[in-house]
Design a protein around this ligand. Structure first.
Ligand SMILES: Cc1cc2nc3c(=O)[nH]c(=O)nc-3n(C[C@H](O)[C@H](O)[C@H](O)COP(=O)(O)OP(=O)(O)OC[C@H]3O[C@@H](n4cnc5c(N)ncnc54)[C@H](O)[C@@H]3O)c2cc1C
Length: 534
C-alpha cells in the first residue's frame, strides 16, 4: 500500500493550494519542500479575482484578505519621475472595499464574485502552509528535497533527501510536481519548454521602509513605474512597510542609489534582499506522464506583467485537485486525469500569450523615454506627452486583463459537451457566458446570495435548474449509477435565468459548465459518463 495518496513536490503557492484543496476533499497527501521554512523573498503580490473566487470556495478567502493589504488601501498605478513630483499619469483602481461595493451593486454578471487581493508571496505561503497543516489528511514536510522518482506503473515513489542528509522514499498513488521553473521532475521526464527564455534580466531588491508609505506626497498606490532608462518600478508590498524595486541594474549598491533617486526624500530604509530575475515566456510540451503531473511554474513561465504566473498555477491546482480526488475515490473515469493537460495547457498557452501582450505594451511606452524627460523645455514636454499618450493605451494591458482572468474556456475537453464555434478569447474584456467549458458567471439572486455560494464546495456535480423545476432530468440516476456525487439546485429566479440564457446548466465540481440546455439531455447516461471521464 502507498504511504500517501498524492505526493506534492514544492510548497510554493501552487503546491500549497493543491495540498489545501486535496486535504479539504479528504485525500491523504504529503507535501514536501526542499527549503527549511518559507522564505521571506518577494515574488508575486496579487491574487487576481479568479484566484480569490477559488479561495472563497475553499473557505479561505477571508484569511487571505486578513493577511494581505488592508481592504481600504488604494490600488492605483502610477507613472512617475519620482515620488515627490507630480505623476506623469495615474491609473485609478478601486481598493478591495470599493471593488466589493461595485460587485455588490452589479447585476449583469460582468464582475467576479470576489475582487483581487494584494498579498505578498512571502505572506501567502506561510498562511497556506498553516491552513494545510490544520487539515488532518495533509502532511507538510519542509527540509525534504525530491532527488528523483520512480514510476512503478501502479504507484510512484519519490526519492527524498532531508536537510540533515537522511534519505528516504515516499510511495504515492500520484505525484504532482509544483517545483517551480527549474522543475527537476520536468527534467527527469525530459519534457521541454517551448517559447522565449531569458528575454530580459532585472534586479529585484526588497526594502524595509517603515515610514515611507504614509509620506508619499503623490498618493498611495500599488505600482509606481518610473519613466527612466532602467525600466524601474517600485511595488508596495502587503504590509505597506516593505517595497520592492525592480530595475535593469548590475549591483545591489546601484539599486540603493536608484531607490533614493525614486523616493527623492530623506528615507529610512534597510535592504533585506537583492537578486536578479529573468523574464521568460515559456510553456512545457506536456503537463505530465503516467502517474506524474506538473503544475504551476513547472509548466508555464510568464513575465510577471499582468500577474498571470501564480494565478494560472492556482487554476492548475484546482483543476487537478477534484480530478485526483474523483479518481482516488473510485468514481472518476480514465479521461478525467487525461483531461488535465488538455484543459490546462491551452490556458497556460493563452496566458503566456496574454503576458506577452501586456509586456509588449509596457515596452512600447517605455520606448518613448528620452533623457530629456525632466526638461522644462518644449522637447522635454513633447517627450512626456508622447510617453503618456502611448502609456494610456499600452499600460492598461498589464492591469486590465479581466478577460484572461475570468473568460477562459476549456475547448476540446473530453469532459465538456462542446458546442461548435464559441465566443472569441479576449484578454481585456470579459463577456459573461455559459458556453460549455466556461466558469459559471457570478450572479446575485433575489435574496442577494451568489449562485456560486449556493452551489458550495465539494466533489459534487450540480444541475442548476433555472426554470425552478425540481426534476433532475434523469441525471440523478445517471450519476448515481456511476457512484458520482450529484445535486440538483432548482432556482426560481427570472434574473438569473435571463443572464444564464438556459433553463439547465450542468456544472462540474470546479463549477465549469459541462453542458447546457432547455430540455432534458437526450441521453442522461451518456452525458454523466462524459462529464465523469468515461
Ligand atoms: C518579480 C515577480 C513578481 C511576480 N508577481 C506575480 C503576481 O503578481 N501574480 C502572479 O500570479 N504571479 C506573479 N509572479 C509569478 C509567481 O511568483 C510564480 O508564478 C509563482 O511563484 C509560481 O508558483 P509555483 O508554486 O508554481 O512555483 P514556486 O513559487 O517557484 O515554488 C516552487 C517550490 O518548489 C520547491 N522545490 C523545487 N524543487 C524541489 C525539490 N526537488 N524538492 C522539494 N521542493 C522543491 C522550491 O523550493 C519552491 O518552494 C511574479 C514573479 C516574479 C519573479
Amino acid at each position: 500500500m502507498a504511504d500517501t495518496q498524492v505526493l506534492i513536490v514544492g510548497a510554493g503557492p501552487v503546491g500549497l493550494t493543491l495540498a489545501v484543496d486535496l486535504g479539504k476533499r479528504g485525500i491523504r497527501c504529503t507535501l514536501i519542500e526542499q527549503k527549511e521554512a518559507p522564505a521571506f523573498l518577494p515574488k508575486m503580490e496579487r491574487c487576481n479575482a479568479r484566484t480569490m473566487e477559488l479561495y472563497r470556495r475553499m473557505g479561505i478567502s477571508e484569511r487571505v484578505r486578513a493577511a494581505g493589504l488592508p481592504r481600504t488601501a488604494p490600488m492605483d498605478v502610477f507613472i512617475v519621475l519620482s515620488l515627490v513630483e507630480p505623476p506623469l499619469w495615474r491609473l485609478p483602481f478601486p481598493s478591495v472595499a470599493e471593488a466589493e461595493t461595485e460587485i455588490a451593486a452589479s447585476t449583469d454578471a460582468s464582475m467576479p464574485l470576489e475582487p483581487y487581493q494584494l498579498i505578498s508571496q512571502y505572506t501567502l505561503e506561510p498562511l497556506l502552509k498553516s491552513i494545510a497543516e490544520e487539515l488532518p489528511c495533509v502532511a507538510v514536510r519542509y527540509g525534504h528535497e525530491l532527488t528523483a522518482f520512480t514510476d512503478n506503473g501502479h504507484s510512484v515513489t519519490g526519492h527524498i533527501r532531508r536537510l540533515d542528509g537522511v534519505t528516504l522514499d515516499i510511495t504515492a498513488d500520484y505525484l504532482v510536481a509544483c517545483d517551480g521553473g527549474g522543475s527537476g521532475v520536468r527534467r527527469q521526464l525530459d519534457i521541454r519548454l517551448q517559447g522565449d527564455g531569458n528575454l530580459l534580466q532585472f534586479r529585484q531588491a526588497l526594502y524595509h521602509c517603515p515610514d515611507l508609505y504614509d509620506r508619499i506626497p503623490i498618493g498611495n498606490g500599488r505600482h509606481y513605474h518610473v519613466a527612466d532608462a532602467q525600466s524601474s518600478f517600485l511595488i508596495t508590498q502587503d504590509s505597506t512597510k516593505h517595497f520592492t524595486l525592480h530595475s535593469i541594474l548590475d549591483s545591489d549598491e546601484e539599486m540603493d542609489r536608484k531607490l533614493e533617486e525614486v523616493v527623492a526624500m530623506p528615507l529610512r530604509y534597510e535592504r533585506l534582499s537583492c537578486a536578479p530575475w529573468k523574464q521568460n515566456l515559456l510553456i512545457a510540451d506536456s503537463y505530465g506522464r503516467g502517474r506524474v503531473f506538473l503544475a504551476g511554474d513547472a509548466v508555464h513561465l510568464v513575465i510577471p506583467t499582468g500577474g498571470l504566473g501564480m494565478n494560472t498555477g492556482v487554476g492548475d491546482a484546482v483543476d487537478l485537485g477534484w480530478k485526483l480526488a474523483a479518481t482516488l475515490k473510485g468514481w472518476g473515469g480514465p479521461s478525467l486525469l487525461a483531461s488535465y493537460e488538455i484543459e490546462r495547457r491551452q490556458i497556460g498557452d493563452r496566458n503566456v500569450a496574454a503576458s506577452r501582450f501586456a509586456a509588449t505594451g509596457r515596452r512600447k511606452w517605455r520606448a518613448m523615454y528620452r533623457p530629456n524627460i525632466r526638461d522644462a523645455t518644449q522637447t522635454g514636454e513633447e517627450t512626456r506627452r508622447n510617453l503618456i499618450a502611448v502609456a494610456e493605451v499600452e499600460q492598461r494591458k498589464s492591469n486590465e486583463m479581466i478577460g484572461a482572468e475570468l473568460g477562459y474556456r476549456y475547448v476540446g475537453s473530453p469532459l465538456i459537451a462542446d458546442e461548435p464555434d464559441g465566443p472569441p478569447h479576449e484578454f481585456m474584456t470579459y463577456v459573461p457566458s455559459t458556453w460549455p467549458g466556461t466558469r459559471l458567471p457570478h450572479v446575485w439572486l433575489k435574496d442577494h446570495t451568489a449562485v456560486q455560494d449556493r452551489i458550495g464546495y465539494g466533489d459534487h456535480y450540480t444541475l442548476l435548474r433555472l426554470d425552478g423545476r425540481s426534476d433532475a432530468a434523469g441525471l440523478d440516476k445517471a450519476f448515481a449509477t456511476l457512484r458520482a456525487p450529484f445535486r440538483l439546485l432548482p432556482l426560481d429566479d427570472a434574473h438569473a435565468r435571463g443572464i444564464h440564457g438556459h433553463d439547465m446548466l450542468l456544472l462540474r465540481p470546479d463549477m465549469h459548465i459541462a453542458w447546457r440546455g432547455n430540455t432534458a439531455p437526450p441521453d442522461a447516461v451518456k452525458l454523466a459518463r462524459m462529464a465523469t471521464g468515461y
